[in-house]
Design a protein around this ligand. Structure first.
Ligand SMILES: [Zn+2]
Ligand SMILES: [Zn+2]
Length: 151
């Protein structure tokens, strides 16, 4: 049986090198790996919100930054009970228009949700137990009827 120590030595070196690399990366790479899922919001934001002066960013990067900030603002408002949307993922219209969202309560009672949410309900993204897209559309129809009533 021929002995082959060089190969084993090489393998050992390789594995040492890889371990060292992994350890180095773990300590020195600032943008964390994104673990898919809503629980890792911070990492997701790091990934989609490019750093740097806003005006110096290209169009695509500016949009990414804004999207990241919109998500951040929604998450922050939600933690304070100020963003409770009726669809998943939550709308952005209420954030930009009102600075808060209470669609969820609104659709449970007799109120309407925002236009973005109406669209999302039609696409099957509604997220309120006992409410259907038809209920949402029926509310909108009533609003339209009210608005067109002769007075
Ligand atoms: Zn909503
Ligand atoms: Zn909304």
């Amino acid at each position: 049986m021929p002995r082959r120590p060089p190969v084993r030595l090489l393998a050992l070196l390789m594995s040492l090198l890889l371990t060292a690399c992994a350890a180095y990366q773990a300590q020195h790479t600032p943008p964390r790996a994104v673990n898919a899922g809503p629980e890792d919001v911070a990492a997701t934001l790091e990934a989609i919100a490019p750093a740097g002066d806003f005006t110096a960013l290209g169009d695509e990067a500016q949009v990414s930054r804004i999207k990241g900030e919109v998500e951040q603002a929604k998450a922050s408002l939600a933690s304070k009970g100020q963003y409770s949307c009726c669809v998943r993922p939550a709308c952005s219209q209420c954030l930009l228009k009102y600075g808060h969202c209470h669609c969820r309560e609104a659709v449970k009672k007799d109120g309407p949700c925002c236009g973005e949410c109406t669209e999302a309900w039609i696409e099957g993204k509604g997220a309120v137990e006992g409410v259907t897209a038809w209920d949402i559309l029926e509310k909108k129809r009533k609003i339209l009827e009210e608005a067109n009533k002769p007075h």
